[in-house]
Design a protein around this ligand. Structure first.
Ligand SMILES: C[S@@+](CC[C@H](N)C(=O)[O-])C[C@H]1O[C@@H](n2cnc3c(N)ncnc32)[C@H](O)[C@@H]1O
Length: 290
């Protein structure tokens, strides 16, 4: 299909008709908001008030090719190389998970509960969205972040620089206990993680644009034990979480109870609690160390 004319309203109609088999109308509008802000600097109001204005050929072409990539199931965040998280713009590429609203909720919870300058460790940091958002909001905190993927760490470091935040990045495999003990050199007040938690045989439950584009290293846990990452991180808290310190997890609601039971049986914590997200799903765990 072709764009009927050079006007913004024709472009908007084109996006809706090309993408309505993949996204619902609200999602297409959200994509248009991001796209038009990125390529033309238009606000949401501009999109309404300037709808009868003509776009130049060069802009029209960029927006046309962007739509083709979207139709090919590429997420808009990877096309634009940017994603919003906690009101901050992050660089993203195919090596990192696109930050999710649930993770913003997790950061919000952590910032509400930890107002003084503490030390934090984010395990499986991806784009670095969690440590950067924490450091920006708690300026005097000391923030460490690790990931097994050097490519993800390159992105996370870029975001720390973009936001002028001082974060200590560590490349390590959290499933390797010896490596974790050696490379995490000091214990911290708060450990946070949103680790991979989808079993590979559950991949059919995910949207095509997620499976085809987001890094499988960030999504899937290999092997039979879908809470393996949580177990390793809970075990690590024995050595690397200060007494009275807190552990925060983002969870798969399907295995939230199993993670809670493992944390309780570890005898490391004086309190453990599952917390629901905004849509009422068991999404987070908070555990306070003895
Ligand atoms: C679900 S993503 C979370 C990314 C980011 N924290 C967020 O919330 O958007 C999980 C992250 O864990 C990392 N990861 C996977 N296996 C790991 C391992 N064995 N050790 C450390 N990090 C790992 C992935 O590279 C990925 O960045």
């Amino acid at each position: 299909m072709r764009i009927a004319s050079n006007s913004l309203s024709s472009l908007v109609s084109f996006y809706h008709s090309e993408l309505n088999s993949i996204y619902d109308s609200a999602e297409i509008q959200a994509i248009l908001d991001l796209t038009l802000e990125h390529y033309l600097g238009y606000s949401k109001t501009d999109i309404i008030t300037r709808k009868n204005e003509n776009l130049n050929q060069s802009d029209l072409l960029k927006l046309y090719f962007c739509c083709k990539k979207l139709k090919n199931h590429t997420p808009i965040q990877y096309i634009l190389n940017e994603a919003w998280f906690y009101n901050l713009k992050f660089f993203v590429n195919e090596h990192v998970l696109i930050p999710r609203p649930e993770t913003e909720e997790l950061v919000d919870l952590i910032l509400k509960e930890n107002k003084t300058s503490l030390s934090f460790l984010d395990i499986g940091t991806g784009s670095g969205c969690i440590p950067v958002a924490i450091k920006i909001n708690l300026k005097n905190s000391v923030v460490y972040a690790c990931d097994v993927s050097p490519e993800a760490l390159t992105v996370a470091k870029k975001n720390a620089v973009l936001h002028n935040t001082d974060t200590h990045f560590i490349e390590l495999d959290i499933l390797n206990e010896k490596e974790s003990q050696a490379k995490i050199t000091s214990s911290v007040d708060v450990i946070i993680s949103n680790p991979p938690y989808i079993k590979f045989d559950e991949k059919n439950l995910l949207n095509k644009h997620v499976i085809d584009n987001e890094p499988h290293l960030a999504l899937f846990v290999n092997g039979a034990d879908d809470i393996l990452f949580y177990k390793k991180i809970i075990d690590l808290c024995g050595e690397k979480l200060n007494n009275g310190g807190k552990l925060y997890f983002e969870l798969n609601p399907l295995s939230a109870e199993d993670v809670l039971i493992y944390a309780q049986k570890s005898n490391l914590f004086k309190s453990t609690e599952l917390i629901k997200d905004m849509s009422g799903k068991m999404r987070f765990l908070r555990a306070t160390k003895n």
